[in-house]
Design a protein around this ligand. Structure first.
Ligand SMILES: O=C(O)CCC(=O)C(=O)O
Ligand SMILES: [Fe+2]
Length: 205
């Protein structure tokens, strides 16, 4: 497990360095430094969704979901970046607006990379954390393994200076990752947690 975590942490760092480069941030390790920190709060989570047999077809395909059987309710990942792998059983869906869910094809040889809320705050909304959920399958078990790349608890999260301009002031009040986690526990899984730190009205000036 520790070998996997090291490898996936390195991949997250490489991706984040490319994100910084793409955003033309001169200090390209601005995100990866947080994850390489010895106090990084990154975690690995294993999810198992046992089959929920209804209308189980003989020739099951990965599209035979139970749309009313949500295994993991809709949410965005709060951290910086998530690297998710799964077995060949589908169920993951993403939503780009409030009502439409798109299935993500299962591919055991690929990573699904989710932008987390902290990356949204640090990029001042240029990168958006994605809402997703996982449905159970009628016949097969879905297994997934998610690495959540996170900063240390004491890290102050603010938009990078390069993400700010007169016409685009910072959208969020500064918070620490520890504050954010604490606030998240006071909400329900599906609540948009970043809203708690969103500036309003005069604060935006
Ligand atoms: O199992 C999945 O595909 C989703 C898991 C997930 O969203 C999570 O662990 O945060
Ligand atoms: Fe998630």
């Amino acid at each position: 497990v520790s070998g996997y975590i090291e490898a996936v942490r390195e991949l997250a760092c490489e991706l984040l360095d490319l994100v910084a480069e793409g955003l033309r941030v001169p200090d390209t390790s601005v995100f990866s430094r947080l994850i390489r920190d010895v106090d990084s709060d990154s975690i690995l989570r294993l999810n198992h969704y046992p089959p929920m047999p209804i209308l189980c077809k003989d020739n099951d395909t990965s599209s035979s979901y139970n749309t009313n059987r949500v295994g993991f309710g809709e949410h965005s990942d709060p951290q910086i970046l998530t690297l998710l792998r799964s077995n060949d059983v589908g169920g993951l869906q993403i939503s780009l607006n409030d009502s439409v869910w798109f299935p993500v094809s299962p591919d055991p040889s690929a990573f699904c990379v989710n932008v987390g809320d902290v990356l949204q705050a640090m990029t001042n909304g240029r990168f958006l954390s994605v809402r997703h959920r996982a449905l159970t399958n009628s016949c097969k078990s879905r297994m997934s393994m998610a690495y959540f790349a996170a900063p240390p608890l004491s890290t102050k999260i603010t938009a990078l200076p390069q993400m700010l301009s007169a016409v685009r002031p910072s959208l969020y009040r500064p918070f620490t990752w520890g504050d954010y986690k604490k606030a998240a526990y006071s909400l329900r899984l599906g609540d948009t947690r970043l809203d708690l730190f969103m500036k309003r009205g005069e604060e935006l000036a």
